[in-house]
Design a protein around this ligand. Structure first.
Ligand SMILES: O=C(O)CCC(=O)C(=O)O
Ligand SMILES: [Fe+2]
Length: 477
């Protein structure tokens, strides 16, 4: 069993130390609780604000972290009999899960517009975030429904994974120095959270298992120990019972290829002739498409059609689209070599590229058309630029879209710069996917997605893809 860190260690972080000394904090906590009890017992005047309310009402990242440092009670910090009660621990636990969720949302921007991330700033934040992760791992659960506990645990893991990307991504390749201790503490806290959440594995929904699998890989790739002594992902998974092999899609290991790290939205915008076009809705209305698109394809492949438009291909090769070609080659290579995706031997020859200029452009629920007839069923989406939530939901009645009433469980994770999503086999027959808009005003930068596909040979001397002459255009409408 992992030793749980005491407050003495946790408060060593600059963020916590700046606010108050250990002794002061303990004293304040005791006084606060006494005041709360007195108020509750003797008067009807408003009681001391709880940590839950402090976190819920916090307007900034710093306010949440301050509440975590000054008002959250972790194991070993309880000072009164009252604190040991399950219901009290449960409150601290719920407040922590909420704190992690709110922080992940506030800090999700990858564009740096949230504010410049510096090591010092990060180290200050890590102390508070570690406390929240420990809070989310509290055992205040005797009265709790296990299914709810499992889904809270998954929420905490998903938020923690996103936070790790925000905190560590930028300095991952730099020499580790002052952030080493914080990283170690973060790793211990994450390991404990994973262990706790895994205890409820039998109550996981399908979506929970997918998020669990993704979160473990994000944790692994962001806080792997510099000494090389790291808990292997397979070990964190616990055993073979939490597998996701049966799902036809996968949130791929983050930053599967380093090549993607250095390619920016601006680089791709310069290289690719994106265009804003019109779409035709199901009711026949012509509307503006919010995102800009471009279909790139190797020679011998025709156009790509969807929602009443056909895009003529832009030639995909080293000379005309060097960056896109580099990304394609890197993805193909990485998927082939990654143990988690063994057998994924796909060679893509075209891609639908989407430019979402800001956070108000999104992509509604849909399935990709003609997978298995015009295009190979396997495809990969690469994400460049701003972070967005990417979701899947199962189509009701074995693929009947008209039966979906929006009640189906959504599986979502944040896809960050360089992340990929793999869709295989019958994914587009039985599952819909979508991309949500921005989560807050700082999450408003542009994002580009590259939906890599392989055009199928359709025999009879026909060109691959869609014809782009007027006859075929009419057919597509
Ligand atoms: O932008 C994305 O990540 C997804 C785009 C998509 O699903 C599509 O264009 O079919
Ligand atoms: Fe799609």
């Amino acid at each position: 069993m992992q030793t749980i860190q005491t407050t003495r260690n946790a408060t060593r972080h600059p963020f916590c130390r700046r606010k108050s000394s250990l002794t002061m904090k303990k004293k304040e906590r005791t006084m606060q609780t006494t005041a709360t009890l007195k108020n509750e017992n003797t008067t009807r005047t408003p009681v001391t604000t709880t940590v839950g309310a402090l976190i819920q009402d916090a307007k900034t990242v710093e306010e949440i972290l301050r509440a975590a440092c000054d008002s959250l009670l972790l194991e070993g910090e309880e000072t009164l009999h009252f604190h040991f009660q399950d219901v009290h621990r449960q409150k601290n636990k719920s407040a922590s899960v909420n704190g992690l969720k709110r922080l992940a949302k506030m800090m999700c921007s990858s564009s740096g517009s949230y504010e410049k991330k510096t090591k010092t700033k990060n180290n200050e934040r890590i102390g508070g975030i570690v406390r929240l992760i420990k809070g989310a791992s509290l055992d205040g659960t005797k009265t709790t429904n296990r299914k709810k506990r499992a889904s809270d645990g998954i929420d905490a893991l998903r938020a923690t994974a996103s936070l790790l990307v925000s905190l560590f991504d930028e300095d991952k390749d730099e020499d580790e120095d002052d952030s080493d201790t914080s990283r170690e503490e973060m790793r211990n806290a994450c390991d404990e959270l994973v262990r706790r959440v895994r205890e409820d594995a039998e109550y996981f929904s399908d979506g929970d298992r997918i998020v669990f699998d993704w979160a473990l890989r994000v944790i692994e790739s962001n806080i792997a120990s510099s000494s090389g002594e790291t808990t292997a992902t397979s070990e964190r998974r616990g055993d073979a019972t939490i597998t996701v092999d049966e799902f036809p899609f996968r949130y791929v290991t983050p930053n599967i290829s380093n090549v993607l790290k250095s390619i920016t939205v601006e680089d791709l915008r310069k290289e690719v002739p994106f265009k804003a076009e019109k779409l035709i809705t199901r009711t026949g209305k012509r509307v503006d498409e919010r995102r800009e698109t471009c279909f790139v394809a190797e020679s011998g492949i025709g156009g790509l059609a969807y929602s009443g438009k056909i895009m003529e291909p832009t030639l995909l090769n080293e000379a005309s689209l060097p960056l896109v070609t580099t990304i394609r080659n890197a993805i193909v290579e990485a998927l082939k070599n990654d143990e988690d995706y063994a057998g994924c031997d796909i060679d893509f020859d075209c891609a639908l590229m989407n430019l979402y200029p800001d956070g108000s452009s999104a992509c509604a629920w849909h399935t990709d058309p003609e997978m298995g007839t015009v295009w190979d069923r396997d495809s990969v989406i690469v994400s460049i630029g701003e972070t967005r939530r990417f979701a899947f939901r199962k189509l009701a009645g074995g693929g009947d879209k008209t039966q979906n009433d929006g009640e189906e469980e959504q599986v979502w994770v944040r896809v960050h710069h360089g992340d990929c999503i793999l869709m295989r086999d019958d994914c587009n027959d039985n599952w819909e996917h979508c991309v949500f808009g921005k989560e807050n005003d700082s999450n408003n930068a542009a994002r580009i997605s590259l939906v890599f596909k392989k055009a199928l040979s359709r025999g009879g001397g026909r060109k691959k893809g869609h014809g782009t002459n007027s006859k075929e255009k009419k057919k597509a409408k």
